[in-house]
Design a protein around this ligand. Structure first.
Ligand code: GLC
Ligand code: CA
Length: 540
């Protein structure tokens, strides 16, 4: 495996939702040993790092995003020894490990919260956001992302505490310097064990307005009725940047570690805000997620617009990342009509933009998304909002390895049901099919891993007449690559003069083709087939 100078800029990062990846001990829940058993596959796929959704001790009210102890692996996933073994085994294969760090809140079972709640005089009282409640009036109008008020009344002390998510996920008080110290210590624990970085959960939420002012209301938005306010005072406070600068300095004591932040923004997104958490490019987060492509429609012009907006917001000094799917949103293939041809076009886009691609487990085989039946809902969001929101179980179904009874995931009933069409898309079957989505991912990642222009080059979109076709050039020194993506099911004529802009010459060579159709040219045009995507370079 190739080791890059800056791995987090150049490699492809693969997100695993551990509950759903591979169950090694037959209890229906994926675990660390299951991941260790899958490393060979991930190495073959060519990824450079794994991001693990949380595996810490947790009551699992939000499936690990409610941490009871940062230093202990939950027995459902294995032991601390298993985690150390995973780090070592992955490193031996040139694969890095990124853990999820949830520090906006803990579980209410965390010892800090238990202490904090025990008495107003506890030395941990100020670790959380307690607020007086004269005549039981709520301190302000802030809403929790999972429904209802963000304030929970505590009878024991007659005060409210703040929770941006579930009541069992109390928010830490980041205006208390002891919280920062304590959390940095917890982070150091795993960095000392060799973990290569952290994905920081809802990191733009950690600091709240010191005056606890009311959020302004929004108008409209009936479907997302649960979120009828703009989060002006409970997100994106300036002080967060100071915390992140100190966190960055802390991680710089270690060699080559990386921080990537989840920046929770309201639709339609805010690339400038998202980019701001990378500071000057060297002093805050290495990467931040832009979720524009988690909501986007199938429309070439929109894709170009969003990409250019993201590049503009980052400017040259900060590094882009790209993500189509994750454990919180409907899988991209399903959003785009469960069409493999479209999945191939989006894969070529994801792997040829300037910046770090993130891949969500199963995306490489086109695993589809389907909400689970109402009585099977496990996700707290689904439990609260069904039928307005089906919850996030659909995108967390078990990985489809092969066509055995348990699809190679487990031998017993899985914690979430398999997708009803699971046997149509499995790793085993797609490994045997040359034209499969899996082979496309494998081949493109391999090309990328050996191609400096794709990993590090600049990007420039080309203007032309075909609204359904995205055309862009990646350039690095003398090397240039041209990408053509046809978002339409119908063929499109591309002038050779446009191609010459990307290949520095009318002559070109096909490096990669998402379809098995040959590339046809006339004297003046290249005929791009329906849903055909091409990666071209100069040459015959
Ligand atoms: C993030 C996570 C999500 C979780 C929430 C609360 O958005 O991605 O899964 O429910 O934070 O921790
Ligand atoms: Ca298990």
């Amino acid at each position: 495996m190739k080791r890059f100078e800056t791995w987090w800029k150049e490699g492809v990062i693969y997100q695993i939702y551990p509950r759903s990846f591979r169950d090694s001990n037959h209890d229906g829940i994926g675990d660390l040993k299951g991941i260790i058993e899958s490393l060979e596959y991930l190495q073959w796929l060519g990824i450079c790092a794994i991001w693990l959704s949380p595996v810490y001790l947790s009551p699992m009210k939000d499936f690990g995003y409610d941490i009871e102890d940062y230093r202990i692996i939950d027995p459902l996933f294995g032991s601390n020894e298993d985690m150390y073994e995973l780090i070592e085994a992955a490193h031996a294969k040139g694969i890095r490990i990124i853990m999820d760090m949830v520090i906006n809140h803990t579980s209410d079972r965390h010892r800090w919260f238990i202490e904090s709640a025990s008495s107003i005089d506890s030395k941990y009282r100020n670790f959380y956001m307690w607020h007086d409640a004269p005549s039981r009036k709520k301190p302000n109008n802030w809403k929790a992302a999972f429904g209802g008020s963000a304030w929970e009344f505590d009878k024991h002390s007659s005060q409210y505490y703040l929770h941006s998510f579930l009541a069992s996920q109390p928010d830490l008080n980041w205006r208390n310097p002891d919280v920062e110290k304590a959390i940095f210590n917890e982070m150091a624990f795993w960095l000392d064990k060799g973990v290569d970085g952290y994905r920081l959960d809802v990191i733009n939420l950690i600091v709240k307005d010191a005056l606890f002012r009311d959020n302004p209301k929004t108008i409209g938005e009936t479907i997302r009725a649960y979120d009828m306010q703009r989060h002006v005072y409970d997100r994106d406070q300036n002080e967060t940047h100071n915390v992140l600068r100190r966190m960055r300095s802390m991680t710089e004591h270690y060699d080559k570690r990386m921080l990537v932040g989840e920046i929770m923004v309201e639709k339609p997104g805010n690339p400038e805000m998202t980019a701001s958490y990378q500071g000057n490019g060297n002093d805050e987060l290495h990467l931040t997620f832009n979720f524009a492509y988690n909501w986007i429609a199938w429309d070439a012009l929109r894709w170009r617009k969003e990409a250019e907006h993201w590049y503009r917001a980052l400017k040259d000094e900060r590094w882009p990342s790209w993500v189509l799917s994750n454990h919180d949103v409907k899988r991209s293939i399903t959003r785009f009509g469960n069409d493999v041809q479209r999945a191939k076009i989006s894969a070529l886009f994801l792997l040829t933009q300037r910046g770090t691609p993130f891949l969500y487990y199963g995306e490489e085989i086109g695993m589809q998304d389907k909400p689970v039946a109402p009585w099977e809902i496990k996700d707290p969001v689904g439990r609260h909002y069904w039928p307005f929101h089906p919850g996030r179980d659909g995108q967390r179904r078990p990985m489809q390895w092969n066509s055995d009874a348990g699809f190679g995931f487990s031998t017993v009933k899985p914690w979430l049901p398999y997708h009803p069409d699971a046997k149509k898309n499995t790793v085993e079957q797609q490994k045997h099919e040359k034209n499969s989505l899996l082979h496309l991912y494998h081949d493109l990642i391999a090309i990328r891993n050996h191609d400096e222009a794709l990993r590090l080059g600049t990007i420039r979109f080309l203007d032309h007449e075909q609204a359904d076709v995205l055309a862009y050039v990646r350039e690095y020194g003398q090397i240039s690559r041209l990408v053509l993506l046809n978002f339409s099911k119908d063929a499109r004529q591309i002038p050779l003069s446009l191609i010459a802009q990307g290949t520095q010459d009318a002559a070109f060579r096909v490096i990669f083709n998402t379809t098995s159709s040959l590339v046809e040219t006339t004297d003046t045009h290249l005929v791009l087939g329906g849903y055909q995507g091409l990666l071209l370079c100069e040459g015959e």
